[in-house]
Design a protein around this ligand. Structure first.
Ligand code: IMP
Length: 425
């Protein structure tokens, strides 16, 4: 038995779905503990592509217990849509449980997300417009609506009316927007509550029972280290804690139950949304990586920004998450490039060279990457299954990443398929 966490080490979209799916196939319990339907895991299994937003990846394995913890924010409309679409493809939701403490994303959160972004103009964050920030704001202001409330119509009606009236005042009087029809929303969401009620379950208790029964447990992270509200590139971050510690808070178990923390990175770097990106490539090489790697957002379809691997970032992720092992994905995407570069440090405008990721944006801005160059490779590596089968330049590249990031690389992704992984002992 083992309790494993999978975390993104960069700005998200590192291919966590693939590591998660591999570990989920061996897990008895899979848990989502933070974030909401801003996440998008793409999993390719048996030739079928699944795009999961809120549902834990364990759903692809029929006997796996799938849990959505207290730290998640749930858009019930989206969740039901996901359940129905996946049910039509033959997946079962018998083993899905949602914590009564999880907060609900209401239509006013989505409206306010859009209005605030518009208000910020060219200083917008570039959110997914899923209402994530406003839903977490209400949680921390202690005025949110929780999954328990949603599934109890009388409680829900009262809380939704109080919250909705205040939000309508903000929407109309502050932003000059159009008031939402609260009666229609309450009616619609009461029906969602009725549909989702069978899934209610105390995730903290269920997880603890699984720990005591020595089950295999997988905590699947959403978003990534640099999107963490404290340790990411604030304010260009999400509103939760996508770090290993966030997983414990969000599911309701203590850190001593965790055995391994897997960090997932791409062999290069991408980000969606705004904010600084030291190794960004705004040239043909960037386009090559974007097109070859299919770097377009799962949620919004936006082209992702692309750049070289940045070991300053991944070393930061190793530290703040306490990573035990790294998975480097999409090494195959780099085939065909003449030269590869890896950022080893940053040079500040005053010429000082730093190796630790700066704590604030103001210090990150103006940092120039210091690069180490590698020979490129042209071989198709998608069928390699053992480290020794990789071309020598790839092995050198991976070994150097291990040194620079101060963490062992235990898995290497060489293609989109579930089986296209090199696992090292
Ligand atoms: P929000 O989470 O919708 O508030 O968006 C805040 C920032 O996090 C934006 O830059 C988003 O693009 C980014 N973001 C949120 N979720 C993900 C994700 O799952 N992958 C990559 N970026 C994300």
């Amino acid at each position: 038995m083992a309790a494993n966490i999978v975390i993104g080490t960069q700005w998200g979209d590192e291919g966590k779905g693939k590591a998660i799916d591999l570990l989920a196939s061996r897990a008895d319990v899979v848990i989502r503990a933070q974030g909401g339907n801003n996440a998008g895991h793409t999993v390719v299994a048996d030739g079928e592509t699944y795009k999961l937003h809120l549902i834990p990846s364990g759903i692809l394995h029929k006997d796996t217990l799938c849990l959505i913890g207290a730290g998640v924010v749930i858009d019930p409309k989206d969740l039901i849509g996901e359940i129905e679409a996946l049910s039509e493809r033959g997946l079962s939701f018998e083993h899905l449980r949602i914590d009564p403490r999880a907060h609900i994303t209401m239509p006013w959160h989505i409206a306010l997300d859009g209005l605030s972004e518009k208000f910020r103009g060219n200083k917008d964050i570039g959110t997914t417009h899923r209402g994530i920030g406003p839903a977490y704001m209400d949680k921390y202001e202690r005025s949110g609506i929780r999954f328990y409330d949603l599934t109890h119509p009388e409680i829900f009606r009262e809380k939704a009316k109080t919250a909705g009236e205040l939000k309508n005042a903000i929407i109309t009087k502050v932003f000059g927007g159009e008031a939402l029809d609260l009666d229609a929303i309450i009616e619609e969401y009461t029906e969602y509550g009725r549909k989702l009620a069978p899934y209610i379950g105390d995730v903290s208790v269920l997880t603890y029972e699984a720990v005591k029964a020595k089950k295999d447990i997988l905590f699947e992270g959403a978003q990534a280290t640099l999107l963490d509200i404290d340790f990411g590139t604030y304010p260009y971050v999400t509103s939760s804690h996508p770090l290993s510690a966030g997983v414990c808070i969000g599911s309701g178990v203590g850190p001593m139950v965790i055995d391994n923390i897997y960090g997932v990175a791409k062999a290069y770097t991408t980000r969606v949304g705004k904010g600084p990106f030291p190794t960004e490539l705004e040239d043909e090489t960037g386009d090559y990586i974007r097109n070859k790697g299919g770097e377009f957002g799962t949620i919004t379809g936006r082209p992702r920004r692309t750049g070289w691997f940045d070991s300053v970032i991944v070393r930061h992720a190793v530290r703040v998450n306490g990573l035990s092992v790294l998975m480097i994905n999409k090494l195959d995407t780099l085939a065909g490039l003449d030269k590869l570069k890896v950022c080893t440090a940053y040079k500040k405008p005053d010429g000082t060279v730093i190796k630790d990721f700066p704590p604030v944006l103001e210090e990150l801005e103006g940092c120039e990457p210091v690069y180490e160059e590698f020979e490129g490779f042209t071989e198709d590596i998608s069928s390699c299954r053992r480290f020794e089968e990789l071309p020598e330049v790839c092995r050198k590249y991976i070994s150097r990443l291990e040194e620079l990031c101060e963490c062992k690389v235990g898995m290497i992704g060489v293609g989109p398929g579930r089986e296209q992984i090199i696992e090292r002992s």
